[in-house]
Write a protein that binds this ligand. Structure first.
Ligand code: GLA
Length: 526
């Protein structure tokens, strides 16, 4: 049996056990979509999406960000606008400074919540934003992370050079300016241990500190990958028995994010583990992460086993996100399964600091596990649907493709700041399906911080059809307690087209097969 076959087998076992757990909780119905004639017709059609005016000064990305006092803080304020552009910040906590390019660094001295008033000015006008900085223990990930991960791009063929290029490309293609800030290594960087047990990168990565310093100089953050088992899923060295040493290495190198992937830990637990046995490896790594002097976002990857969403955010794990299902891939069936079906019941568990993770964005050119670089198999409409759904779900927005091969469509798809703003909304309330209509139409809604409601019309069916909202009270079930209800005529804005459609009391809109329309309903309260 080849190494590849062995990896595939154990992966199947893992995913099968995840599916069993989810079936037990009724959270994941397996719906496999069938490729139908109409969706084949839309294969080459490109949805109509608008990009914003790059000259206007504008802030993007999170409005709230957290950190631990006394630890290194680094945040590049995402913004766009014609140069010369003058940025200023007032109300920064003691210990932080902002450069004239918007890079905030330093160490916050005292816990608290700080409202930082940001201003950007250029010849086209002014922009203002209040950025809330929350300083305290376990305050990371107050909005879902956005960034890049190496796995679907290069699988185990990733190198330091490719990772640097990915970081550079995030900046070059304007993605960093819109909020994409994590550059995350996945499996395959580990080269074994020294005699004293320290984890070493392979030759392909050489000096990890230098690579991370480069990423930080760009104002980006760096992520790494390990497993609580002796081996990772691709049979590289895991953290088993070396959790503290590994956390110390990560902190020394300057790591900001850890994806901790169950993999071979299966061998360390009985055939039918109890809940404590599922929690234990993540609690051990949390203890190690808390003992080092660095903020490291903690991403749990165990495919949704043991209803991870019910315990992943709590003591003793304090996870910042957890995968809710098996691996995604670039097919309609996988988007349907990970995005719609595994998420439908999980909205109560997401919130600031802890997110459901339906896996990565299947966009652009990647290896998609193995073979040569190739474009995603999703149609342009399916790609738009994935970004819409992930934004409605408050899901991590993680690209995993060769960022130097991004075409204009893909860049427009992931840099529409009105869509990103929904994903990054500071209420952090995951969208819910409020209505299922004939032919596979689903209406989802999520309330936003400014009193408006984001609404998506998803056509999962094989034919173009019309989605309906007969009256706004259909949106009531998603509103937080005490929120104003939407009644009568309300302002409706099409977020993909960046166009206000007018004041409406109901909606009927055509949606192509396997595509989506995303709207914002109501007049912003601020
Ligand atoms: C598992 C994870 C994937 C990826 C691979 C790497 O399958 O779910 O996201 O990290 O391992 O081997």
């Amino acid at each position: 049996m080849t190494k590849k076959q062995r990896v595939g087998l154990s992966r199947r076992e893992i995913i099968a056990s995840a599916a069993t757990f989810m079936a037990a909780g009724g959270a994941a119905k397996r719906v496999l979509a069938v490729e139908a004639p109409d969706s084949r017709r839309t294969r080459r059609e490109f949805p109509d999406i608008a990009s914003g005016n790059p000259d206007l000064p504008e802030f993007h990305g999170p409005r709230v960000i957290g950190a631990t006092p006394g630890r290194d803080f680094l945040f590049q304020v995402p913004h766009t606008g014609a140069t010369p552009l003058v940025l200023s910040a007032s109300g920064l906590p003691r210990g932080l400074r902002m450069t004239d390019t918007g890079l905030i660094r330093g160490k916050i001295q005292s816990p608290g919540t700080y409202n930082v008033r940001l201003t950007a000015t250029n010849r086209a006008g002014h922009a203002h934003r209040v950025l809330r900085i929350v300083a305290g223990q376990h305050k990371l990930g107050l909005t879902p992370p956005m960034g890049w991960n190496s796995w679907y791009a290069y699988s185990t063929g990733n190198t330091a050079e490719l990772t640097r290029a990915a970081a550079d490309a995030l900046v070059k293609h304007g993605l960093a300016a819109k909020g994409f800030m994590y550059v995350n290594l996945d499996d395959g960087w580990q080269g074994g241990r020294t005699a004293s047990g320290q984890i070493m990168p392979t030759e392909k990565f050489g000096n990890m500190q230098a690579l991370i310093a480069h990423v930080h100089e760009l104002g980006l953050r760096f992520g790494i990958y390990s497993s609580p088992g002796p081996q990772t899923c691709a049979h590289h060295t895991g953290s088993w028995g070396h959790e503290l040493l590994d956390a110390q290495s990560y902190a020394r190198w300057g790591v900001d994010f850890l994806k901790y992937d169950w993999c071979s830990y299966t061998k360390e637990v009985p055939r039918h583990p109890d809940l404590q046995q599922y929690i234990k490896p993540y609690a051990v790594m949390r203890r190690a992460l808390d003992s080092v002097d660095r903020d490291i976002f903690f991403s749990l990857c165990q495919y949704g086993m043991a209803h991870v969403w019910t315990w992943g955010a709590k003591a003793p794990v304090f996870g910042n996100q957890w995968r809710t299902s098996g691996d995604i891939i670039d097919t309609w069936a996988a988007i349907s399964r990970n995005g719609f079906d595994a998420q439908r019941q999980l909205y109560p568990f997401a919130g600031p600091g802890h997110w459901n993770d339906p896996c990565m964005l299947m966009l652009g050119y990647g290896k998609y596990w193995s073979g040569a670089l190739r474009p995603t198999r999703l149609t342009p409409h399916e790609q738009l649907l994935q970004v819409t759904l992930w934004s409605m779900l408050a899901a991590p927005m993680v690209l995993s493709c060769d960022l130097d091969k991004l075409d204009k469509f893909t860049i427009d798809l992931v840099t529409n700041t009105e869509i990103i703003a929904v994903d990054q909304d500071e209420l952090g309330m995951q969208g819910q399906c409020v209505d299922r209509q004939a032919g596979g139409m689903e209406i989802w809604a999520r309330p936003l911080w400014d009193g408006t409601v984001a609404v998506a019309l998803f056509n999962r069916g094989a034919k173009s059809q019309t989605g309906h909202i007969a009256s706004w009270d259909m949106l009531d079930p998603v509103l937080p307690r005490g929120a104003r209800t939407l009644r009568g005529s309300q302002q409706v804005r099409d977020l993909w087209k960046r166009k206000t459609l007018g004041s409406m009391a109901r909606i009927s809109m055509p949606v192509p097969s396997h595509s989506a329309v995303m709207l914002k309903i109501g007049n912003p309260a601020h």
